[in-house]
Design a protein around this ligand. Structure first.
Ligand SMILES: Cc1cc2nc3c(=O)[nH]c(=O)nc-3n(C[C@H](O)[C@H](O)[C@H](O)COP(=O)(O)OP(=O)(O)OC[C@H]3O[C@@H](n4cnc5c(N)ncnc54)[C@H](O)[C@@H]3O)c2cc1C
Length: 417
């Protein structure tokens, strides 16, 4: 056995936003909590080949790469800090009332629109251009504690990540085990009794009174399939995006805050915002778009992210490999968003905008509430829960982190009750 006695009351698999929140809240309520996290060591940077090797970048359709984070803190370590409130009615339809947990989360979390002095000149220009076209382009709420920000920039400690929740969880008595890849849930007489995991190259068993899978929209369904829940991973969404880029006669600031302003068009099923990507991604996208003339223009390129609400489709297999196709409705939404983004770039003064390949960043909807998961986020067994982007019950298209934090707080309340 990997854990010394006593056996934890709760084993949380994964330390992303949802896992960290449920672990912290349960530890504070007096439960013995262990967190098993696959990630360890320093973050690997943005080298695409390295990310592919580590399965933090995965091809999910011809020419479409999905990004995720297998690190302590999960996606909250690499995300863009945009805080979008959950669609409460969608969850209420499945018996999940997120209103009080959301209030709890918001009382602890910075979530204000960026101050004007923190918005980069390019982002301001794009916002003005959007507004000049009559679009509801506004500063977006950010999980950034702006009281730390001075002279137009924010230090690392201003940016929220679930590391904060993990520190609080550990302070409240939780144990965080890193470098532990959970493979399957173990059952006895219909109840979860722990998990089997690989750690330091060896298989280990971690017993527990209750198991919560928070390994994210790709890994949680794969673990469930290994545990005998074959329907897990049947269909998923991934909120694909393309970046529309154009040269502007404004120099980009060295450390721009991404997604500082933008808007959602719920009817059209897309979101537009300013975005900043690392230089190596910019060069790869520019090359793929057939614009070698722009390869040296990173410092003067304005970028607009077009992210769509894609249909639930495809499959995640037992090895955790996602595969899907994007149908006509998805392509139509993307085309409409790209056309709008081109118009904004032109209104901002950019000559010939061009478009990146598709990239996906929010895998979820793979173990859906109402189908495989009930209002206690139970799946398959009364003491096995799923609490992460997998349980989102329908096509999505929104930055999900605030919703996932509220889900974590919700599950902790249900279990404590
Ligand atoms: C570039 C980028 C920008 C983004 N920007 C935003 C944004 O601005 N706002 C927003 O709301 N969202 C954003 N997102 C999305 C957001 O980061 C994710 O949707 C969110 O982190 C998902 O949370 P989660 O709790 O479901 O799982 P994750 O954050 O994916 O966490 C899962 C955890 O489980 C661990 N794990 C996986 N498999 C195993 C296993 N077998 N055993 C043990 N541990 C395992 C992982 O290492 C990880 O720590 C962005 C995503 C990307 C890629």
């Amino acid at each position: 056995m990997a854990d010394a006695a006593p056996i934890p009351d709760v084993l949380v698999v994964g330390s992303g936003p949802a896992g960290a929140q449920v672990a912290r809240d349960l530890a504070r309520s007096g439960a013995r909590v262990s967190i098993l996290e696959q990630g360890s060591g320093p973050p690997p940077g943005t080298n695409l080949l390295k990310l592919l090797r580590r399965k933090e970048a995965m091809q999910i359709a011809p020419g479409v790469v999905l990004l995720r984070s297998l690190r302590v803190g999960g996606g909250s370590v690499t995300f863009y800090h945009t805080a979008t409130p959950p669609p409460l009615a969608l969850f209420a339809r499945h018996g999940v009332d997120l209103s009080a947990p959301l209030e709890q989360v918001l009382s602890e979390l910075p979530h204000a629109p960026l101050r004007p002095d923190l918005m980069a000149p390019v982002a301001s220009r794009l916002m003005q251009a959007g507004q000049s076209l009559g679009l509801p382009w506004q500063p977006l709420p950010k999980m950034i504690d702006q009281s730390h920000c001075h002279d137009g920039s924010c230090p690392p400690e201003a940016f929220w990540s679930s590391h904060r929740l993990l520190q609080q969880a550990v302070k409240a008595g939780a144990h965080l085990h890193t470098g532990v890849q959970v493979l399957r849930v173990l059952f006895s007489q219909g109840r979860a009794v722990g998990v089997e995991a690989r750690s330091n190259g060896a298989l280990q068993t971690f017993p527990a009174g209750r198991v919560i899978l928070s390994a994210g929209g790709i890994a949680s369904p794969a673990i469930l399939q290994h545990s005998g829940v074959e329907q897990a991973g049947n269909g998923f969404f991934c909120d694909p995006l393309r970046i529309v880029m154009g040269h502007l006669p404004i120099a980009r600031a060295p450390q721009e805050i991404s997604m500082s302003a933008g808007y959602f068009d719920a009817d059209a099923g897309y979101m537009l915002s300013d975005i900043t990507i690392p230089g190596n991604f910019f060069r790869a996208f520019t090359w793929a778009a057939g614009r070698p003339d722009q390869l040296l223009s990173y410092g003067h390129t304005a970028m607009i992210m077009v992210k769509i609400r894609d249909d639930i489709d495809g499959r995640i297999d037992t090895h955790g490999r996602p595969w899907r196709r994007f149908g006509a409705a998805d392509r139509h939404r993307m085309q409409a968003g790209v056309t709008q983004a081109r118009a904004v770039l032109r209104a901002a003064g950019s000559g010939k905008p061009y478009v990146s390949p598709w990239v996906a960043a929010h895998p979820g909807g793979s173990v859906r509430l109402g189908e495989l998961v009930d209002e206690n986020l139970n799946c398959h067994s009364p003491n096995l829960h799923v609490c992460d982007a997998s349980v989102i019950p329908a096509a999505w298209g929104l930055p999900p982190t605030l919703t996932l934090l509220a889900l974590g707080a919700y599950l902790a309340r249900r279990i404590s009750q």
